[in-house]
Design a protein around this ligand. Structure first.
Ligand code: NDP
Length: 318
């Protein structure tokens, strides 16, 4: 089968399309023929070597498709079921094998493209808002990169589900227009967000997936006792922090969450997935597919994400 793998860490040039043996499920596992593969920023971190991986490996952490083979003892899904997964390496391929407990069933009214576009980022939003920061109705919240994958879902979720006031950032006028259309009430570039937040008395939560470039500003934008949720590092890793800074900013909280810790059991995974799929089917969350790119052109997908040219989600098609 076709797969995109890396033999070493580096830039997009290390992505290779290769013919590899089709995997078959061990007991407790399921083989899925993929129809759509989600491209996430974590794929770039994996490629670059920010997280330890044993090489060579097939890249990619999210996909949707149809069950073609089930391992011994699997009763939760059957051949022919439409399923999706997130946070499982090996997605940039025609077939992937995933533990049955990591799969979610795709409802009939959600397409495979949309499932692969929304599952990982949607569950991230669900976890960040409901379980990590526990945003209160009416709270004022900062969202960076608001036209991106996670950012655009965060804005919609906060405005429509939690009735938050959202201060949003994005780098271009086109992206800022999109953030406004999704419901963000105050939208700025990266130079204006601290002032915008301070004019409102500070935000109670800052959601920051940009990292190094925005971290100090996100801290400065918080109201006393607010929380900085540093959930990514698209601009690079944040240098070490002196805990005393949390005191100086007004007894604030800093957390660095990761989705796998918030979908730690099959029950929690399915709860978040079903909630997000239901919001998508109800039209509450709009999923924008920025581009559908053939699997063979995975390099182009990575260049687009790193180059900040995407609005919404990029998916690969095997
Ligand atoms: P996006 O589609 O949001 O793409 C990243 C965006 O970051 C860009 O579009 C860009 O928007 C912004 N950005 C700001 N500075 C830079 C820079 N120097 N280089 C590149 N981009 C920059 O990607 P995702 O939705 O996939 O991921 C967003 C963030 O969420 C990432 O940091 C990712 O790691 C994190 N994440 C974390 C998870 C977790 O479990 N903790 C789970 C899922 C995602 P603009 O041009 O407007 O600045």
């Amino acid at each position: 089968m076709k797969a995109v793998l890396i033999q070493r860490h580096g830039g997009p040039e290390v992505l290779e399309i290769a013919d590899v043996p089709e995997p078959h499920p061990a007991p407790g596992e399921v083989a899925i023929k993929l129809e759509a593969i989600g491209v996430n920023y974590i794929d770039l971190y994996h490629r670059e070597g920010w997280y330890p991986l044993s090489l060579p490996t097939v890249l990619g952490s999210e996909g949707a498709g149809t069950v073609i083979e089930v391992g011994e003892g699997v009763t939760s899904v059957s051949i022919g079921d439409r399923v999706a997964f997130a946070n499982h390496l090996g997605a940039y391929a025609e077939v992937v094998v995933v533990p049955a407990g990591r799969l979610v069933t795709i409802p009939d009214d959600v397409t495979a493209d949309v499932a692969a576009a929304v599952l990982l980022q949607g569950m991230t939003v669900h976890a960040l808002v409901n379980s990590c920061a526990r945003v209160e109705p009416g709270a004022t919240v900062l969202v960076h990169a608001a036209a991106g994958g996670v950012g655009s879902l965060l804005v919609q979720y906060l405005v429509r589900r939690v009735a938050s006031t959202v201060v949003a950032t994005a780098s271009t006028a086109e992206k800022r227009t999109r953030a406004r259309r999704l419901g963000a009430q105050i939208v700025t570039d990266y130079d204006g967000f601290v002032d915008a937040a301070r004019r409102l008395g500070g935000v109670s939560v800052a959601f920051d997936g940009v990292g190094r470039a925005t971290f100090d500003g996100s801290l400065a934008a918080l109201a006393p006792r607010g929380m900085l949720v540093l959930y990514g590092q698209a601009s690079g890793p944040v240098p070490p922090v002196d805990p005393q800074i949390l005191n100086r900013q007004g007894s604030i909280f800093l957390t660095r969450p990761s989705l796998p810790h918030y979908v730690a059991t099959p029950e929690e995974l399915r709860w978040r997935a079903q909630a997000i799929f239901a919001d998508v089917a109800a039209g509450l969350l709009e999923v924008t597919i920025a581009e559908r790119i053939p699997l063979e052109e995975a390099r182009r997908a990575h260049e687009a994400l790193a180059g900040r040219t995407t609005v919404g989600k990029v998916i690969l098609v095997p």
